[in-house]
Design a protein around this ligand. Structure first.
Ligand code: GNR
Ligand code: NI
Length: 181
């Protein structure tokens, strides 16, 4: 198993539309395990393959408090949706930003599991919200796309500034380490 690095907004690779998974082999199993490990380490309640620059229709989710209920969802299709509510969302690809997004409160989903078996189930509340958030990633869409252009611009500037500060900090650190007095 291995941790994968998570792409951050506004990385253009997050805009890639993912391809249908057609081969349920050992390599897919490794990718699933890496996604789960990366999600738990982050920590997050979901992770789409898109976020680690793998453009396949695959997401992992665990909304349990105990972090012991992993869900693997492949080639998801919403076949029914009902209700509407706003939930405060965040995203590992938009770190530190939270805002309210309107989503369906109940969905019926058709998807494949890791063995390639087709499954149909209903999901509600946070799990339904999380699945819709992850499915957006597979389409190259981010939760900030639902916000105003003004908010999105502010978010992009804040993340740019934080990244610049992290880079400067790392450069100072490396400079210090290079001096072997
Ligand atoms: O960790 C996450 N929390 C979250 C909270 C509310 C709605 C959606 C999410 S998903 C997010 C992890 C992530 O970025 N998945 O793509
Ligand atoms: Ni996300």
């Amino acid at each position: 198993m291995a941790l994968r690095s998570i792409l951050e907004y506004p990385d253009p690779r997050l805009r890639t539309r993912a391809q249908t998974v057609t081969t349920f082999d050992a390599a897919l199993g490794t990718l699933i395990d890496d996604l789960l490990e990366t999600m738990y380490a982050a920590p997050g309640i979901g992770l789409a393959a898109t976020q680690v620059d793998v453009h396949q229709r695959l997401v992992v989710i665990d909304v349990s408090d105990e972090r012991n209920a992993p869900l693997v969802i492949i080639n998801p299709e919403i076949i029914e949706r009902e209700g509407e509510a706003k939930t405060e969302e965040g995203c590992l690809s938009v770190p530190g930003i939270f805002d309210e997004i309107k989503r369906a409160t109940r969905i019926r989903l058709r998807s494949h599991d890791r063995a390639g078996q087709v499954n149909e189930s209903e999901y509600t509340d946070l799990l339904a919200v999380c699945i819709q958030h992850e499915m957006d990633h597979l389409e190259g869409k981010l939760f900030v796309d639902y916000l105003s252009q003004m908010k999105r611009e502010r978010i992009r500037k804040k993340l740019d500034k934080e990244r610049r500060e992290r880079t400067a900090e790392a450069a100072r650190g490396a400079g210090g380490a290079r001096r072997a007095y």
